[in-house]
Structure formats: structure tokens, C-alpha cells
Design a binder for this molecule. Structure first.
Ligand code: COI
Length: 354
């Protein structure tokens, strides 16, 4: 435990909550009444404050806008059956945030701002946490450089913020995924493991082209041989072939170390499923498909939770999976949802009480 930092609180005079339809929440479009802001200046964090959600006033020369020193996280809060608020594994996101900060030459955000600020903000806006199945309060911590300078160097000043968005599912339907062989997401030695804003902007052209072909997202291949599976759109990816779950390993630093990914690995092992974190080539996937092996394919992520993939398009081949035969992915999805929504005990200590 770290010493508490004084976080000032200014409450809104009028809540917008009564205007919200809590049964119909598209992902990422609605924001709660308050947000957290803190500034980094002269080598220290200061001005930590919870204030009404409002626009920022920024200089056109703001460093983040020009060179992309910007990182973020995605976390979710839920309520248990009695209506008590909980956050899913926030310390893991906190750790990853500061790993991203280091990669982007940004200052670490201290626990007393990231964690205590998040807890206080959610406590204040807890009425915004939906209780409908598959709904949650999406938490978006982020940091960006704020020097007013168009020279290329790490900024001396930064802003850290947390905003909250009550939301329904990110991908509501099973997905059709295009195996991307031309564009790449990350290279060894690059920033693939960091949750850097630019990673997402850089993915948009490939995603747009896949969408034009009728797919929802891309499955990225490695940048060297364009053969080994990396991750999928905004999610890590798992392939169940027979009774073995395979997901790409983290050694190359090209994929994001997903918190949902690590939770799913633990749950699969507890279910008696063998888990392999290793290179998986598209040829191995095609061979298993053509051999008629039992296959379940799904993405994992904070926003995506567990998203089934019903089709993989690779060159001229369309690999279609019969979701009605799946046992493992639905069981994992049910278990993680039940833990998050408080229907079964949290034996892992994943739920952090607000
Ligand atoms: C998340 O899963 O939290 C993400 O950050 C993915 C996306 C919404 C950018």
C-alpha cells in the first residue's frame, strides 16, 4: 500500500444519468458524470482531481498530437448480485500501463493516482455501472504528452486521465476474420507489447480493407515470415485444436499481454485443457481444419471479453466453424462472466472491491 494522495473532488451540479437508457448502451459512446485528471510537471505528479466530465482545452502544438506519445488501458467494473461495485484485475492493467509508459519514454503513474483515483472515481459514479448481463462500466485510463513544442523529444509534461463509459458488448455477434498477410501490426523490437495509441491507428487501413471484403476484423501474422498468428483486431486469439488450446507466446514482444488472455489461460488449465503458448502457423491451422479436427477459435480482450470467431478467410479458403459443437469456449465465457457478475465465487482474487 502506498500513501494516499490528496485527490480533490468537484461534483457535477446535475447528473446526466437519468437521460441514459441503461438497457441499450453501444460501446464507448456514453460517459459518466466525472473524470479524473492529474498533471506531470517538473518531475512530479500534481493537481490530481476528480471533476465533472468536460472537454479539454489543448494547444495546437501539443506534442502528443504530433508524435503520438499517448498510451491507454481498458478495464471493466461490474456489480455483484447485491449491487456492490468491483473492478476486474485492475492491478494487472496498472502494471501494464507503466510498462507501456516506459516503452514510450513517459513517466510512470503512481499507484495512489492510478488505483486510488480509479477507485474514488468509480465509487462516485457507481450508479452508472450497468447490471445487465454482458454489460459493464468500461474504464479508460490514458496518458499523453502535453509540451507545446514541435521538436521531436520526450515531453517534460504529461496529463493522466481516467474516463468511464457504461457499455454493452463490443462485438455482439460471432465474428468473421480475415487472415492478413500483407500489412503487419508489430515487429520484434517495436511497440507491439505496449498499449500505445498509434498501434490502433496503424491497424485501421488493414481493418478497413478487410471490412470491404465483408469481414469484421483481421488476424495479424508475424512481420518476418507472415505465417505465424499474432493477435486479432483488438483482441488476443486462442485456437482450440482437439483438446489443446494454443495461443501465441509473448517472447517476441509483438503482442499485447492481455489480462483477459492470462485469465483465460488459468481457467482453461483449471478445466483440464492443455494450454500451449507457442508459435502457431497458418499452415498448421489450415491442416487441422482440412483434417476435420475439432476447432474452436476465439478472441479475448477487456472490450471484447470472449468473442467467438465463426469464420477465418485465408487466401481463397473460407474456414467456417460450427459453433453449435463448441464446448470449451462457451464454458470459459460463462465462467469469466459469472465471476465478473458475482454469480460464482471469485477463487482467484480477480475482483477488486471498490
Ligand atoms: C480493450 O479491450 O480494452 C481495448 O483497449 C480494445 C479497444 C477498445 C481499443
Amino acid at each position: 500500500m502506498t500513501a494516499a494522495m490528496d485527490i480533490s473532488v468537484t461534483k457535477t451540479g446535475r447528473s446526466r444519468l437519468p437521460e441514459l437508457d441503461m438497457n441499450n448502451l453501444p460501446f464507448g459512446k456514453n460517459f459518466t458524470d466525472h473524470m479524473l485528471v492529474a498533471d506531470y510537471e517538473n518531475g512530479e505528479w500534481k493537481n490530481a482531481a476528480i471533476v465533472p466530465y468536460q472537454p479539454l482545452q489543448l494547444s495546437p502544438s501539443l506534442a502528443a498530437l504530433h508524435y503520438g506519445q499517448a498510451i491507454f488501458e481498458g478495464i471493466k467494473a461490474y456489480k455483484d448480485r447485491e449491487g456492490h461495485p468491483f473492478i476486474f484485475r485492475p492491478y494487472d492493467n496498472f502494471k501494464r500501463f507503466n510498462i507501456s509508459a516506459e516503452r514510450m519514454q513517459m513517466p510512470a503513474v503512481p499507484e495512489e493516482i492510478f488505483m486510488d483515483g480509479m477507485r474514488q472515481l468509480i465509487a462516485l459514479d457507481q450508479a452508472w455501472i450497468p447490471m445487465k448481463e454482458d454489460y459493464s462500466l468500461y474504464i479508460r485510463p490514458f496518458m499523453f504528452s502535453t509540451d507545446e513544442l514541435i521538436g521531436v523529444r520526450p515531453s517534460d509534461t504529461y496529463k493522466f486521465m481516467i474516463i468511464l463509459s457504461p457499455c454493452g458488448p463490443y462485438y455482439a455477434e460471432p465474428m468473421r476474420i480475415f487472415v492478413e498477410e500483407h500489412y503487419v501490426r508489430a515487429v520484434p523490437g517495436g511497440v507491439g507489447y505496449a498499449k500505445a495509441a498509434g498501434n490502433y491507428g496503424a491497424a485501421m487501413l488493414a481493418t478497413a480493407e478487410a471490412k470491404k471484403k465483408g469481414y469484421d476484423q483481421v488476424l495479424w501474422m508475424d512481420a518476418i515470415e507472415h505465417r505465424y498468428v499474432q493477435e486479432c483486431g483488438t483482441m488476443n486469439v486462442f485456437f482450440i485444436i482437439g483438446n489443446t488450446a494454443i495461443t501465441p507466446g509473448l517472447e517476441q514482444g509483438t503482442i499485447l499481454e492481455g489480462v483477459t488472455r492470462m485469465s483465460v489461460i488459468s481457467m482453461l488449465k483449471e478445466m483440464g485443457v492443455k494450454v500451449e503458448e507457442r508459435d502457431l502457423s497458418i499452415d498448421e491451422i489450415v491442416a487441422a481444419y482440412n483434417a476435420g479436427e475439432h476447432m474452436e477459435v476465439f478472441g479475448t480482450g477487456t472490450a471484447a471479453t470472449i468473442s467467438p470467431i465463426k469464420e477465418l478467410g485465408y487466401k481463397d479458403l473460407s474456414m467456417k466453424f460450427d459453433l453449435s459443437k463448441w464446448k470449451i469456449a462457451p464454458a470459459v465465457k460463462k465462467t469469466i462472466t459469472d465471476i465478473r457478475e458475482g454469480r460464482i465465487p471469485d477463487t482467484h482474487g480477480w475482483m477488486y472491491a471498490v
